[in-house]
Design a protein around this ligand. Structure first.
Ligand code: AMP
Length: 133
């Protein structure tokens, strides 16, 4: 089943496209955190980071850097968040891989502070052990 992003790539529905090449398209999010909030989307409909190929991911990052720079230079952003939600539990709503590029301003409080599990230093060390090869 094709996602809304495939329809944007195929020009079946409109979007405010700000960048396009053979591999990716970037357009503005319809519900921006701040004006200029953009999405970099691979033309191949990978579901998420785990099914995307590394070359495409690397190119998405390169394009995100270019757009992030424009957010700073042209919109006056003080900082830029790059966010990729992978899986419903991580907040992914459109199951076609994409990178959010979000302009940020000093004191904008756009994101509520993340919660933290109460862990001990020993817990952190035990978790590190599980994650090492
Ligand atoms: P995610 O939660 O990471 O899957 O984010 C999906 C994003 O796509 C949300 O921020 C939506 O506002 C955005 N979005 C959904 N439909 C469209 C659309 N037609 N044009 C632009 N952005 C969209």
């Amino acid at each position: 089943m094709s996602t809304i992003f495939e329809k944007i790539i195929a020009r079946e529905i409109p979007a405010d496209i700000i960048y396009e090449d053979d591999t990716v398209v970037a357009f503005l999010d319809i519900k921006p955190v701040h004006a200029g909030h953009a999405l970099v989307v691979p033309k191949t409909p990978f579901t998420d980071i785990f099914t995307s190929d590394p070359k495409t991911l690397s190119h998405m990052m390169e394009v995100a850097t270019t757009i992030g720079r424009r957010l700073k230079e042209r919109l006056g952003a003080d900082g830029v968040n790059l966010v990729m939600n992978n899986g419903a539990a991580a907040g992914q709503e459109v199951f076609h891989a994409h990178l959010h590029i979000i302009p940020r301003y000093e004191g904008d409080h756009a994101f509520t502070p993340p919660t933290h599990d109460p862990v001990t230093p020993e817990d952190i060390t035990a978790t590190a052990e599980k994650l090492r090869d």
